[in-house]
Write a protein that binds this ligand. Structure first.
Ligand SMILES: Cc1ncc(COP(=O)(O)O)c(C=O)c1O
Length: 395
């Protein structure tokens, strides 16, 4: 008996679709309607007084359920629009003028953050990009060898977005710390589906977003900075939310708050922060350990079905090395993915990965069989042909 099925009624989109795209945009909890209403009601009735009645604190308050999921203290997470901004804030704490000026990362990181690291060359950073040999994994030893006494930062993804490979984060952090480098852990593809314990990892920084496995919607990026670094670091990307006395509207040098607030900057995106909290709240209720158990069960079924039908599996076969997504590559994968979406089997396609299928705690086992049957039917009837000339669409 699948105990987690009971949560399905809390996600409206599950009524009309087979929704297996939680690696991209998790399903919306229906309580978000109430939250958005509450936001509008507050603005409409309280007006500017709302700042003093909770809005100003929201970029910290909205991180509390995320903090629980990542095993850090309430208040240690700050909310930002996205991961690229969160990583920019971290980068702004450093300069690349000294001997320790290297950034080590892998070509399996998410592209948006790679663009940001590459741009640091203009500030004097040396970049070492460790390349994947097979497009699925990253050779841990190669990565460890690249981290040396000149390395300042090692930004890595816990789970790789393209292949769902779980990196050996412990080994990477241990090597980085042994040579005095700092690790930025991107938890976007792990938080909410693979257990993450930032305290136990003793990682320097973590970033992520609530958009995917946390079902929190777009705009809810987050940043964690380890306590000792919070006191030590001074972000140059900063603003009045970090000022210890923001409403004094001081000019010139000011003193910043000593805690996580110093990593905030300008006026927060209040409507988003209302919406983002519901998903993480529900994920805490379901429990990430329960989610992981079910995810392993369902991704194993998908891999078996792919093998039975001759689809090439482009994610690790070993469950302990695989996150919540299974990807299949097969001829015409992109037009097949378009046709699946038209038929309300909601998934996505990524070059070098194929069709990405991401069941979550709300997925029924039956749906796994249904999507594979649908792919077979689309191939048999050549229904994908109408999408052959579609170049690129957003999702
Ligand atoms: C691992 C990872 N990092 C970052 C992002 C997104 O970065 P940003 O929040 O800057 O858009 C994604 C996906 O959207 C991702 O999968």
């Amino acid at each position: 008996m699948d105990d987690l099925i009971k949560y399905r009624s809390q996600f409206p989109i599950l009524e009309n679709t087979v929704y297996m795209i939680s690696n991209s945009l998790g399903a919306m909890p229906k309580t978000v309607f109430d939250k958005m209403h509450e936001y509008a009601e507050t603005w409409a009735t309280r007006g500017v007084r709302a700042w003093a009645e909770g809005w100003w604190e929201l970029p910290i308050k909205a991180g509390e359920n995320i903090a629980k999921i990542l095993n850090v203290n309430p208040g240690e997470i700050t909310m930002h629009q996205n991961v690229t901004i969160a990583e920019s804030i971290i980068l702004s704490c450093f300069d690349f003028k000294g001997k320790r000026n290297k950034i080590v990362y892998t070509d399996m990181n998410f592209p948006s953050v790679m663009y940001l690291f590459e741009a640091q060359k203009a500030n004097g950073a040396k970049i070492e990009m460790v390349k994947s040999d097979d497009g699925v994994t990253v050779d841990t030893q190669k990565l460890l060898d690249a981290i040396d006494e000149e390395t300042l930062l090692v930004p890595i993804s816990h789970v790789l977005f393209r292949s769902s490979y779980i990196q050996d984060v412990k080994a990477i952090i241990a090597k980085a710390h042994s040579v005095g480098a700092k690790v930025i852990l991107d938890t976007y593809q792990s938080a909410g589906t693979v257990p993450v314990d930032l305290k136990a990892l003793n990682v320097d920084f973590a970033v992520g977003g609530v958009l995917k496995w946390l079902c929190g919607g777009p705009g809810g990026g987050f940043l964690y900075v380890r306590k000792d670094l919070v006191s030590e670091l001074e972000p140059k990307f900063r603003g009045w939310q970090g000022d210890s006395d923001p409403f004094a509207f001081r000019v010139g040098e000011i003193d910043f708050k000593p805690d996580s607030w110093k990593f905030l900057n300008g006026t927060p995106a209040i409507p988003t922060l209302y919406a983002t909290q519901e998903g993480p709240r529900i994920i805490n209720e379901v429990g990430v350990d329960n989610i992981r158990k079910k995810s392993i069960h369902q991704t194993e079924i998908l891999i078996r079905l792919a093998d039975e039908n001759g689809f090439q599996v482009t994610v690790p076969r070993e469950s302990s090395k695989r996150g919540g997504t299974v990807a299949f590559d097969l001829p015409n994968a992109y037009p097949i993915a378009r046709e699946l979406n038209d038929r309300d089997f909601v998934i996505d396609y990524r070059p070098k990965a194929g069709i990405r299928v991401s069941p979550h705690f709300y997925t029924k086992d039956d749906e796994l069989h249904a999507i594979v049957d649908e792919i077979k039917e689309i191939i048999k009837t050549k229904a994908y042909e109408k999408h052959l000339n579609v170049k690129s669409v957003v999702t």
